[in-house]
Design a protein around this ligand. Structure first.
Ligand SMILES: [Cu+2]
Length: 160
C-alpha cells in the first residue's frame, strides 16, 4: 500500500513538471526561403504563447539565431545560438522578441517572435539600431505583429 502511494505521488509530480499547454514551434534557418528570399528565417514571424518553445533549426549551415539587443521585453533573458547549431528557446515573458543571424544581419536576416499576444515593447523595439536591410525587413515584421494582434483583439487566444 505504501509503495503504491509512493508510485502515485511520483507520477503526479512528473505530470506537474510538464506545462499543460506548452507547444513547440520550429523556425528554419535557410539560404533561400520559400518566397525566394535569400538568407532568411522560415517562418520569419511567429506568434506563440507564454511558456512555448521555439526551436531554431540549422536546415542550411552557416547561420545562427541571436536576440537583438534592445528588442526583447524588459526582464526577458536574451538568447544566443552557436553557428550551424540548433537552439531551443522557451519564452516565459510576453512581448516582442526580435532576433538575427549574426553573419547575415547586414543582408536582413532577422525574425520576430510575438509572445502572449503582447506588443508592449513595440516602441522600444523600433528604436533598435540595425543595418538598413535588417530595419526594412524588421519593420515589415513588426507591422505584421501589430496587425495580427489588432485583428485578434477581443477574440482571445482560443484558437489553440
Ligand atoms: Cu544567416
Amino acid at each position: 500500500m505504501t509503495r503504491l502511494t509512493t508510485l502515485a505521488l511520483c507520477a503526479g509530480a512528473l505530470l506537474m513538471a510538464i506545462p499543460a499547454n506548452a507547444a513547440e514551434f520550429e523556425v528554419k534557418m535557410l539560404n533561400k526561403g520559400p518566397d525566394n528570399q535569400a538568407m532568411t528565417f522560415d517562418p520569419p514571424f511567429l506568434k506563440v504563447q507564454v511558456g512555448d518553445t521555439v526551436k531554431f533549426v540549422p536546415t542550411d549551415k552557416g547561420h545562427d539565431a541571436e536576440s537583438i539587443p534592445g528588442m526583447v521585453p524588459d526582464g526577458a533573458t536574451p538568447f544566443k545560438g552557436k553557428l550551424s547549431q540548433e537552439i531551443s528557446v522557451t519564452f516565459d515573458k510576453p512581448g516582442l522578441y526580435g532576433y538575427r543571424c549574426v553573419p547575415h544581419f547586414g543582408m536582413g536576416m532577422v525574425g520576430l517572435v510575438e509572445v502572449g499576444g503582447s506588443t508592449a515593447n513595440l516602441d522600444a523595439a523600433k528604436q533598435a539600431k540595425m543595418p538598413p536591410l535588417a530595419t526594412k525587413r524588421m519593420t515589415a515584421l513588426l507591422d505584421q505583429a501589430v496587425k495580427s494582434t489588432t485583428a485578434n483583439a477581443g477574440a482571445g487566444n482560443a484558437s489553440r
